[in-house]
Design a protein around this ligand. Structure first.
Ligand code: C2E
Ligand code: MG
Ligand code: MG
Ligand code: MG
Length: 278
């Protein structure tokens, strides 16, 4: 009837209003974060934490992953899941990631100067940065400036970027490898990379996304993890599991042939000076 229809319209209208105001809030927050972010970069508020990647059998630290941390005097500690997307939207992501790289290189140079063993550090790179024409030349310029060999730097590219332009991606990966850098695909299993193309990419590492590790108890998930590990082995890559929190997860991963991982079971991400002692 008429009244039912108008009631439905009313409801829909309300729903639209509701969504619009939620969206507004979302955009406002993004905008606020984006604005603050520029100032934050200038004030050097974007720091780095390092999380060790370990040998799953012995627990030995093999390398690190660099994770961006924003400590704002007004807003407190802001997690990367909020400010990285904001930086991607407002065009500041390259600046941000170059600052991360610089802090890591400084940390490495300090290790060299003090006669400590160097360790590889993986840097997360967003799509915009990865596909920018000056990405690899810039990396080379910076590593040269600090006297650090490219093999100490690994680049992690999330599979979620989709690799739409797989030919261009392949060129960048080849360029990286040619210069001596290593690369890995992050969050593997959550994106849509074509498996036939994967074998052509000159990368060494597949990182199994944390969502699979934490849902290991679901029977289908275990099959996915096993498949990723086998895929990596067959393609002459190695699999790294992220987000390992329990001894049971560690044992199952080892049993499935995964030799390397990271997670709270071993270490949480830690400030640079703490990681210096490892
Ligand atoms: P990611 O690269 O997949 O990094 C792994 C995330 O899992 C990190 O979160 C890490 O702290 C968290 N993690 C590691 N082990 C465990 C565990 O056992 N349990 C739980 N619950 N979490 C664990 P974080 O530091 O909050 O970073 C989130 C994401 O933000 C990263 O995911 C990465 O995609 C992005 N990100 C961080 N820094 C950068 C950056 O410099 N550039 C870009 N493009 N992305 C970044
Ligand atoms: Mg990563
Ligand atoms: Mg990851
Ligand atoms: Mg992940």
């Amino acid at each position: 009837s008429d009244s039912a229809l108008s009631q439905a319209k009313l409801r829909t209208g309300e729903a639209i209003c509701y969504f619009e105001s939620e969206l507004d809030e979302f955009l406002m927050r993004d905008l606020r974060v984006a604005n603050e972010l520029t100032a934050a970069l200038n004030r050097n508020e974007i720091g780095v934490h390092l999380q060790p990647k370990v040998d799953l059998k012995t627990g030995e630290v093999l390398s690190f992953e660099a994770l961006a941390r924003w400590t704002s005097p007004d807003l407190g500690v802001i997690p990367p899941d909020i400010f990285i997307p904001a930086a991607e939207k407002n065009g500041k992501i390259r600046l941000l990631e170059k600052s991360i790289l610089r802090q890591v290189l400084e940390w490495m140079k300090k290790r060299v100067d003090q006669g400590l063993k160097l360790r590889q550090v993986a840097i997360n790179i967003s799509a915009d940065h990865f596909f920018h024409h000056s990405f690899v030349p810039n990396l080379l310029e910076m590593t040269t400036e600090y006297g650090i060999e490219p093999k100490w730097i690994r680049l992690e590219i999330t599979e979620r970027i989709g690799f739409v332009d797989i030919e261009t991606a392949n060129k960048v990966f080849k360029h990286l490898k040619y210069c001596g850098f290593t690369a890995s695909i992050d969050d593997f299993g959550t994106g849509y990379s074509s498996l036939s193309y994967l074998q052509k990419l000159p990368i060494e590492e597949l990182k199994i996304d944390r969502s699979f590790i934490s849902n290991m108890d679901e029977p289908g998930t275990l099959a996915i993890i096993r498949t990723i590990i086998q895929l990596a082995n067959n393609l002459n890559m190695h699999a790294v599991a992220e987000g390992i929190e329990t001894e049971k997860e560690r044992k199952i991963l080892l049993y499935l042939g995964c030799k390397e991982g990271q997670g709270y079971l071993f270490y949480k991400p830690m400030p640079l000076n703490e990681a210096f002692l490892l």
